[in-house]
Design a protein around this ligand. Structure first.
Ligand code: PGA
Length: 307
C-alpha cells in the first residue's frame, strides 16, 4: 500500500507494481498513478492511500440464495433503489430464480441482476433447469457458478461447473466463478491446491476472461459468521492472481476481479477492502439488508482514503 499525492478523481484500480513504494520511487509512482487515474490538473489535490493491485473496477455481488418472498423482496428492492451507492463499483444482485423477473423489472438500472445457476447448454427436456437463453431473455447479465453450496450440497463437480461456465460465457453472460476450500482442506494445508484445481477447471474450458469475476469463498467462512481475516483472504487472492499470471496471462491477472465472500458484513468490509488484492465482495446474509449491502458496496472508498 502506498501514500501518494493525487486528486479525488473516480478510482478504478491500480497495478501491483505501484505497491511497494519508498521515497526514491515516489516521483515515478505519482506519475504512474496520475496517468492511470487520468487526472485533470484543475482538480484540487488531496493525499490518498491506494490499495488495489488489479486494474479492474471494484465489484460487489449480493447472493440472496434461497431466501425471501414477494413482500420481503419488494422491500429489499425498494431499499436498494433508494440507497446511495458509490459510482466506481459494479453492483449485482442474485435473487432466487422465481423472483428474477420481478426484481429485474423493479430494480434500478444501476444494479445488475444475476442468476444463481444455469444449465450446461441449450434448453429443452431438462426438468427443473433454467437455460442461459432464458436468463438473457429477462435481462439477466450474470450467473454465479461453482458456489460451494452447489459443489458440496448438490454435488456439482469441477467439470460440470466448467461446462456451465463455458456455455454461459459463449452466450454472453458474465460468470461469477466461485472457488474455495473446506475447513479440513485448509487445516491440512491444501488451500492453494484446492483453489488452483478449481481455477484450472474454469481456465481449461472458458473462451476468455473478459466476463469472469473470481469469487474466493472459503467454505468455512460462508454463513458461519467466521470471516477470514484480511490477511488470510489477501494471501489467497495474491496466489490466485499469481496463478492467473503464470497460467493465463499477465493481462488477465491484472484485470480479472478477485472478490472475497464468506461472512462479509457492514462491520468487517472496510478492513477487507483495504487489502490490495481484494477487488470486491460476494455477500450472502448481509445482502438481504439493503442499507448494510450499500455500506459494503461503499467500502470501495477505503481503497482511496483521504489522509
Ligand atoms: P455469507 O455467504 O455472506 O452469508 O457468508 C456468502 C456466499 O455464500 O456467497
Amino acid at each position: 500500500m502506498a501514500l501518494v499525492s493525487t486528486n479525488c478523481t473516480p478510482f478504478s484500480g491500480l497495478r501491483r507494481s505501484c505497491s511497494k513504494l519508498d521515497k526514491t520511487h515516489s516521483q515515478s509512482f505519482v506519475q504512474q498513478v496520475n496517468s492511470q487515474l487520468r487526472l485533470s490538473s484543475s482538480r484540487k489535490p488531496c493525499r490518498a492511500v491506494i490499495a488495489m493491485a488489479g486494474s479492474g473496477k471494484f465489484f460487489v455481488g449480493g447472493n440472496w440464495k434461497c431466501n425471501g418472498a414477494k413482500e420481503s423482496i419488494t422491500k429489499l428492492v425498494s431499499d436498494l433503489n433508494s440507497a446511495k451507492l458509490e459510482k466506481d463499483v459494479d453492483v449485482v444482485v442474485a435473487p432466487p430464480f422465481v423472483y428474477l423477473d420481478q426484481v429485474k423489472a423493479s430494480l434500478t438500472d444501476r444494479i445488475e441482476v444475476s442468476a444463481q445457476n444455469s444449465w450446461i447448454g441449450k434448453g429443452g427436456a431438462f426438468t427443473g433447469e433454467i437455460s442461459v437463453e432464458q436468463l438473457k431473455d429477462i435481462g439477466c447479465k450474470w450467473v454465479v457458478l461453482g458456489h460451494s453450496e452447489r459443489r458440496h450440497i448438490i454435488g456439482e463437480d469441477d467439470q460440470f461447473i466448467g461446462k456451465k461456465a463455458a456455455y454461459a460465457l459463449n452466450e454472453g453472460l458474465g460468470v461469477i466463478a466461485c472457488i474455495g476450500e473446506l475447513l479440513e482442506e485448509r487445516e491440512s494445508g491444501k488451500t492453494f491446491d484446492v483453489c488452483f484445481r478449481q481455477l484450472k477447471a474454469f481456465a481449461d474450458v472458458v473462451p476468455g476472461w473478459d466476463n469472469i469475476v473470481i469469487a474466493y469463498e472459503p467454505v468455512w467462512a460462508i454463513g458461519t459468521g467466521k470471516v477470514a481475516t484480511p490477511q488470510q483472504a489477501q494471501e489467497v487472492h495474491v496466489a490466485v492472481r499469481d496463478w492467473l499470471k503464470k497460467n493465463v496471462s499477465e493481462e488477465v491477472a491484472s484485470k480479472t476481479r478477485v472478490i472475497y465472500g464468506g461472512s462479509v458484513n457492514g462491520s468487517n468490509c472496510v478492513e477487507l477492502a483495504k487489502q490490495e488484492d481484494i477487488d470486491g465482495f460476494l455477500v450472502g446474509g448481509a445482502s438481504l439488508k439493503g442499507p448494510e449491502f450499500a455500506t459494503i458496496v461503499n467500502s470501495v472508498t477505503s481503497k482511496k482514503v483521504a489522509a
